[in-house]
Design a protein around this ligand. Structure first.
Ligand SMILES: [Zn+2]
Ligand SMILES: [Zn+2]
Length: 359
């Protein structure tokens, strides 16, 4: 029975026996303890597979009945080993994460690879439609940022099983001779500790952080102006070696509107008005970002004259009220489409004798 042999247990081993054997062997052959060691990686996969089957009562019963033929059915044990990915086993129901697996055995690295550093700020740009300035909105920003390495929890190095330093045999000093002089110096490998030192993490190559793509939701407040920067505190790059995250700084680009021109919180709108409306007075419909409003134009209104619609501008980020919508009148001449229109205009000219340039 191959799988029992792999775990070094007998066929009547209890579930706790199987678990203990798995933990012992997984710790020895885990790829993070043996970076680059293909033989250890293959053994680890075999151990993980054996554990997967023997720790599951249903699969174990089947294996006890069919024996190694069960493995052959799955395309042979070699095939089974090949398809077995240890990262997947870490997510399986039976296995545990690397951290859990080793938590009770490893001493934490006493020193990290480096000093804690605050993560760098991340910069991003978003383009929003004009309407967002009036109503606010949510936008997703796709970032590629440093995240804390899951394998070493940001330490940049892996703790190793309690073991004496192979260089100094646990003494912490190495001896040498120069001529008649015998001297001893601090072991260069364990720095005098006498125990094996933590090894660099193979996932993050000792950085403590890995690059990862991430979509981050940005809430844009009403009143946002083109060029404003939104700071999402703690959403930047992860800090190295336990340092805090940097910030995410999002520059907002607000698209211009085809009618409204912005002046701080106020909006400026040029409104075409017929000469007859301006002369006689009228009620006209005015578009605003919040739907149409009615503006009463008094008789005798001149071109260029401005009217203010209170609080129909943009929300203010500072003040508690909206800005105004400033409506500037642009006079539109009537088209003189026929002889009657021209006759009326001539009649107006005959009674309007005032010099318009003297105002
Ligand atoms: Zn040493
Ligand atoms: Zn790492």
């Amino acid at each position: 029975m191959e799988l029992y042999a792999i775990l070094g247990v007998t066929a009547d081993a209890t579930l706790p026996d199987v678990q203990r054997a798995y933990r012992r062997l997984a710790r020895r052959y885990h790829p993070n303890i043996n970076p680059g060691d293909q033989d250890a990686a293959a053994r680890f996969r075999a151990v993980a597979l054996a554990y997967e089957i023997l720790s599951d009562p249903k699969q174990r019963r089947e294996y006890d009945q069919k024996g190694d033929a069960m493995l052959a059915e799955a395309g042979g044990i070699t095939f089974a080993f090949e398809r077995f990915d240890f990262t997947a086993s870490a997510e399986g129901p039976a296995a545990s994460t690397f951290g859990e697996l080793f938590a009770d055995l490893f001493r934490p690295p006493r020193e990290r690879s480096g000093r804690a550093e605050r993560g760098a700020d991340l910069h991003a740009d978003i383009a929003v439609p004009f309407e967002t300035a009036a109503e606010g909105g949510r936008h997703s920003v796709t970032t590629t940022r440093h995240d804390v390495c899951d394998t070493c929890f940001g330490a940049g190095r892996m703790a190793v099983p309690e073991a004496v330093c192979p260089k100094c045999a646990g003494e912490g000093v190495v001896r040498g001779a120069r001529g008649h002089m015998v001297f001893s110096k601090t072991c260069p490998q364990c720095h005098g500790d006498g125990r094996r030192q933590a090894v660099g993490c193979s996932t993050c190559h000792g950085e403590g952080v890995v690059m990862r793509g991430q979509a981050i939701d940005v809430v844009v407040s009403p009143g946002v102006a083109d060029g404003d920067e939104i700071t999402l505190s703690g959403q930047g790059h992860a800090g190295r070696f336990g340092g805090p995250r940097g910030d995410l700084r999002v520059r907002v680009h607000v698209a211009p509107h085809h009618m409204f021109r912005r002046d701080g919180d106020d909006l400026l709108l040029e409104l075409p008005v017929g000469v007859h409306e301006a002369a006689l007075g009228a009620r006209v419909e005015v578009p605003t970002p919040y739907g149409a409003a009615t503006l009463r134009i008094p008789p005798g209104t001149q071109g260029g004259q401005q009217f203010r619609l209170r609080e129909r501008g943009l929300p203010s980020l500072r003040r508690g009220r909206r800005g105004d919508l400033v409506v500037q009148i642009r006079l539109v001449l009537p088209p003189l489409v026929d002889e009657r229109a021209r006759a009326l205009m001539r009649e107006l000219a005959s009674i309007w004798t005032e010099d318009v340039r003297k105002g």
